[in-house]
Design a protein around this ligand. Structure first.
Ligand SMILES: NC(=O)c1ccc[n+]([C@@H]2O[C@H](COP(=O)([O-])OP(=O)(O)OC[C@H]3O[C@@H](n4cnc5c(N)ncnc54)[C@H](OP(=O)(O)O)[C@@H]3O)[C@@H](O)[C@H]2O)c1
Length: 247
C-alpha cells in the first residue's frame, strides 16, 4: 500500500479497545504498522484484542476512563503519541420523562468529560507529538435525531463541538483533530437489549446500502485519519453511515 496510508513508526492509543469498533480499530492500526496501546476496563477482553494483533510492541492498560485517578495513572504510563482514537462510549435509550440524573451525568462523564480530561492531561504532560492526529468516535445520532436517544445525541453533539474547538486550538502545533460519525454498526452495543430485533429490522430499511455497518468500516476511516494522507484535514465531522443520513 502507498506509504501515505502507512502507520509504520506511529504509536497510537485506542480507547474502548476491548470490543466492537475499538477492537477493529486496534487490529487495523496494528496491521497498518502502528504500535498500538489499548485501553478499556475489562482486562480479559483487552487481552483477547491483543491476541488478534500482528506481533509488535503493542500492549494494553486497563483503565476506567471515568475515574480521575485511573486516568492520571494511564497518562503517566503512556509514551509520547502520534495518534489518539477516543472511541470508548456507551448507549442509553430512554424517553425524556424517565431520564435519571445519574444516567445523564454518567453519559456526559464518559462521553465528554473523560475525553476532555484525557486530552488535557496528555497535552500537559507533552505526550502528544507535533503533527499528531486525534480522532473522536462520535455518532450520526449527534445530528440525526431519533426518539429516546436524547442524552446520547446531546453528549455526542457536545463531543463534536469539543473536537472542532480543539482542532482550532491545536492547529498551530500541526496537531489535527477530527471526528467520525458512524451510523448503526453491528457490535455488542446492539446486543445489550437497548434495541429489539424487530426495531433493528425496521431500522435497516433506512439504510440505502442495505446493511448496517461493520466495525471494520469505521476502522478503515480511522486509518485514513491517522495516516499522513489526511494531513491537511482538521476540524471535520466525517459521516460513515451507508447512506442513512441521505434520507
Ligand atoms: N455500534 C454503533 O451502532 C455505534 C454507532 C455510532 C457510534 N458508536 C460509538 O462507537 C464507540 C464504540 O461503540 P461500540 O459499538 O464498539 O460499543 P462496545 O462494543 O460496547 O464498546 C464500547 C467500548 O467502550 C469501553 N468503555 C465503556 N465504558 C468505559 C469506561 N468507563 N472506561 C473505559 N472504557 C470504557 C468498553 O470497554 P470495557 O467495557 O472493557 O470498559 C468497550 O471497549 C462508542 O463511542 C459508540 O458511541 C457506535
Amino acid at each position: 500500500m502507498n506509504s501515505l496510508f502507512s502507520l509504520h513508526g506511529k504509536t497510537i492509543l485506542v480507547t474502548g479497545a476491548s470490543s466492537g469498533i475499538g477492537r477493529a480499530i486496534a487490529v487495523l492500526c496494528a496491521q497498518q504498522g502502528a504500535t498500538v496501546i489499548m485501553t478499556a476496563r475489562n482486562k480479559e477482553r483487552l487481552a483477547e484484542t491483543l491476541q488478534l494483533l500482528p506481533k509488535g510492541n503493542h500492549h494494553y492498560l486497563s483503565t476506567d476512563l471515568t475515574s480521575e485517578e485511573e486516568l492520571k495513572e494511564l497518562v503517566h504510563h503512556l509514551p509520547v503519541l502520534d495518534g489518539i482514537i477516543l472511541n470508548a462510549g456507551m448507549v442509553k435509550t430512554v424517553p425524556v420523562p424517565f431520564i435519571k440524573k445519574e444516567d445523564l451525568e454518567y453519559m456526559f462523564h464518559l462521553t465528554l468529560h473523560s475525553s476532555v480530561m484525557l486530552i488535557q492531561q496528555l497535552l500537559k504532560s507533552k505526550k502528544i507529538k507535533t503533527e499528531a492526529s486525534i480522532c473522536f468516535i462520535s455518532s450520526v445520532a449527534s445530528q440525526k435525531i431519533t426518539i429516546g436517544n436524547s442524552i446520547y445525541s446531546a453528549a455526542k453533539g457536545a463531543l463534536n463541538s469539543f473536537a472542532k474547538s480543539l482542532a482550532l486550538e491545536l492547529a498551530p502545533k500541526q496537531i489535527r483533530v477530527n471526528a467520525i460519525l458512524p451510523g448503526m454498526i453491528a457490535t455488542g452495543i446492539l446486543d445489550s437489549g437497548v434495541v429489539s430485533e424487530e426495531q433493528l429490522q425496521l431500522h435497516l430499511k433506512n439504510y440505502p446500502l442495505g446493511r448496517f455497518g461493520k466495525p471494520e468500516d469505521v476502522a478503515g476511516l480511522s486509518i485514513y485519519l491517522m495516516a499522513d494522507v489526511s494531513k491537511w484535514m482538521t476540524g471535520s465531522l466525517v459521516t460513515i453511515d451507508g447512506g442513512y443520513t441521505l434520507k
